[in-house]
Design a protein around this ligand. Structure first.
Ligand SMILES: Nc1ncnc2c1ncn2[C@@H]1O[C@H](COP(=O)(O)OP(=O)(O)O)[C@@H](O)[C@H]1O
Ligand SMILES: [Mg+2]
Length: 406
């Protein structure tokens, strides 16, 4: 590796798998080569929340170690970590200022003051801010790309503030630190997924990205290129598996296999008498069960998930402002019928996401890796801009201070 190249690593600790992806930033900081990939079944994590730090640490290390081996024994160095879990929340906050100058043109200090105001709302106790995601600047009621030196009376702006429980952040960071690696930044999982399955143009036209994982569903809504809302719903593919396991009295492993074989998000079977083997043909002690009941169990849970999503987004679900519709990713979005269900519940067109912005090999296709791929791209953009400006990310630094890790 030439001395001026930079190696960065993205890590997603999902509920079912932990993925680590290493990339090397090109000399001109413009592109990234994927050099290593590692995977490990996640342990000690429930619905995106760390419940056993020793087990979770072990499976995280296993994924990173396997990426390092895959990269020809290079060190993972700086880690960009994806964040999910029911404790991750967000809200919008706005700022407003009267233009001060005599000429009535917007000055840098007006912009700073409205931006600061929009960031002013503190998170609840025991929580820390992860991202301040700046919304558009509105001058006298009209959105402007760059308010500086424009004429007007009132400048407004909104900020989408995401925050997470401090203890969970500390757990995630110390798991990486324990391995002798440094966390460069924490990135909301949904932002990572959106980065890899949508283009800037699509985000400008309005798009809702929904990543359905095993224990959580992470979403982000973009309108006019800006983040309007993000959220984490503690429901995913694992809940469908658990429902099947209870309903048919089979183990979760057997239920998982059955789900992959016959699960559907929208029922298709019309014949009550159509039966399938619970465990697969010719297994000892197997029984035949109605296909309809399997489909129903899956469809009910998946519909519940999209109904919660609809309730969360409420007033934001304006079809005219979300022209691209819903883009679905995450492993559990691969269940047949998910697009149809999403479209009918949310009232928007829906499609499955593909990885657009980075050429990836076959191993990384499929919705499971959207987050880690997108987080790696965030890492690249951040590292490149940091190298250009020689500045460090200020929010993350303050998070680390809060956690007493810096
Ligand atoms: N073809 C498929 N049909 C239905 N569910 C699937 C399919 N492939 C994967 N899944 C489900 O996707 C989930 C894992 O997705 P993933 O995005 O890797 O989750 P996480 O990031 O939370 O670990 C599991 O619940 C698994 O059952
Ligand atoms: Mg995931």
């Amino acid at each position: 590796v030439p001395s001026h190249s930079r190696i960065i690593t993205a890590v997603e600790i999902g509920t079912s798998k932990t993925a680590a992806l290493m990339g090397e930033l090109s000399v001109d900081n413009q592109s990234l080569n994927i050099i290593g990939f590692g995977l490990s079944p996640t342990r000690g994590v429930s619905k995106g929340v760390i419940t056993d730090i020793t087990l979770a640490g072990e499976s995280t290390h296993a994924a990173i170690e396997s990426a390092e081996k895959n990269a020809g024994c290079m060190s993972a160095e700086g880690v960009f970590l994806a964040l999910t879990g029911g404790h991750v929340r967000g809200y919008a906050n706005s700022g407003i200022v009267e233009i001060q100058s005599k000429e009535g043109t917007v000055s840098q200090s007006d912009i700073e003051s409205v931006t600061n105001q929009s960031r002013m709302r503190p998170p609840p106790d025991e929580h820390a801010v992860i991202h301040f995601i700046q919304g558009p600047y509105i001058l006298d009621g009209k959105p402007v790309d760059q308010p500086l030196r424009m004429r007007g009376r009132r400048l407004e702006s909104t900020c989408w503030i995401t925050y997470a429980r401090t203890t969970q952040l500390a757990h995630s960071i110390s798991m990486i630190n324990d391995y002798g690696l440094r966390v460069c930044d924490i990135i909301l999982s949904s932002l990572g997924s959106a980065q890899s399955v949508t283009t800037r143009e699509e985000r400008r036209h309005g798009v809702l990205v929904v990543d359905i994982g095993a224990g959580t569903t992470d979403y982000v809504l973009y309108r006019n290129g800006f983040v309007v809302s993000t959220g984490v719903i503690p429901v995913g593919g694992q809940h469908v598996t658990n429902d099947l396991s209870l309903a048919l009295q089979i183990t979760p492993q057997q239920a998982e296999a059955l789900k992959l074989r016959c699960g559907r998000a929208v029922m298709q079977c019309k014949d009550r008498n159509e039966r399938v083997w619970r465990l697969g043909e010719r297994s000892i002690g197997d029984k035949e069960v109605p296909l309809m009941s399997i489909e129903r169990v899956c469809a009910v849970r998946m519909e519940e998930l999209f109904t919660i999503l609809k309730q969360n987004l409420e007033a934001h679900l304006i079809p005219e402002a979300i022209n691209v519709g819903v883009v679905l990713t995450g492993g559990a979005s691969r269940m047949p019928g998910v697009e149809q269900l999403a479209s009918s519940v949310l009232g928007l067109p829906a499609r499955l996401g593909e990885h657009l912005s980075m050429p990836v090999n076959g191993d990384l296709q499929g919705g499971q890796y959207s987050t880690v791929l997108g987080v790696l791209q965030y890492g690249m953009l951040e590292t490149a801009s940091r190298l250009r400006t020689k500045r460090t990310s200020s929010i993350f630094h303050s998070v680390m201070k809060t956690l007493k890790l810096a």
